[in-house]
Ligand binder design. Sequence first.
Ligand code: BJW
Length: 244
Amino acid sequence: SESELTEKVERAALALRSARAPLFLSGAGISAESGIPTFRGADGLWNNYRSEDLATPVAFARDPALVWSWYNWRKRLIAEKQPNAAHYAAADISRKIPTLLAATQNVDGFHAVAGIENILEMHGNIYRTRCTACGDITENRGDILPTTPCATCAEPTLRPDIVWFGEALPANVLQPIYERLQICDAIVVVGTSGSVYPAAGFAVEVRRREGHVIEINVDEGHGHYANDIYLRGRAGEILPRIAE
Ligand code: BJW
């Protein structure tokens, strides 16, 4: 009911404000209201595309043109859309709670556009390319072909600067998160199915330490544990209420 939700929003805001080492984690669901498809669920990308054909190093080695056409399509889609109320609320919360460490699994860059400071992009960014020959990372907003040359070396071997299945997450992103998890007493988890590691393990770790797990998701099947504050609903409606 509405009064139950209001009570939970207040508890969540209090838990966050009084936390010593708060952590924020978002997933594809936070961008759903911007019109960006999620991966899993009813309209999820993985219903029409096989992740193992597109989001693995093996897939890219086998058919770089196919992988690039998928990423070019997603780049164009994201370029037409904007951050929504949830991204702005997250930026608001991070301004009000300067100790908050914020991380996202999303590659759309919307958190940064909405003005959050220092968002840790765990799975990379769709507007960057990485040269497989020299490692050069460049902002690259246009369409890429397998023959598009790298600016710093002759090799035409640009890949998306994105973390695929089986690849390690960047250490400079993971290290501050793992340090935070050792002392984290409240985590806000927004719009993620919790099916991809290591991000899926963060709430588990905070629970183990008996911290608060504040979770926002439209789906049922979340928030079954003692210290959980489960807010079922759309991120764009609930997160702004926590930010108030
Ligand atoms: C709303 C909403 C609204 C909708 N409001 N909510 C077995 C056990 C443990 C681990 C493994 C294992 N087998 C394999 C692994 C490892 C693997 C993994 O976890 N696999 C699982 C599938 C089991 N992980 C990896 O490989 C990672 N790397 C790694 O582990 O490295 C180890 C290593 C160490 C040293 C050397 C070498 C290796 C890398 C993972 C990379 C993930 N990459 C992807 C795609 C690339 C990015 C891109 O192209 O965009 O990242 S997969 C895809 O899933 C994408 C996402 O970031 C990620 C997570 O998805 P997310 O964000 O949770 O989205 P959805 O769609 O799943 O959920 C959306 C949610 O929102 C739903 O719950 C909705 O209800 C909700 N929602 N609308 C609120 N309006």
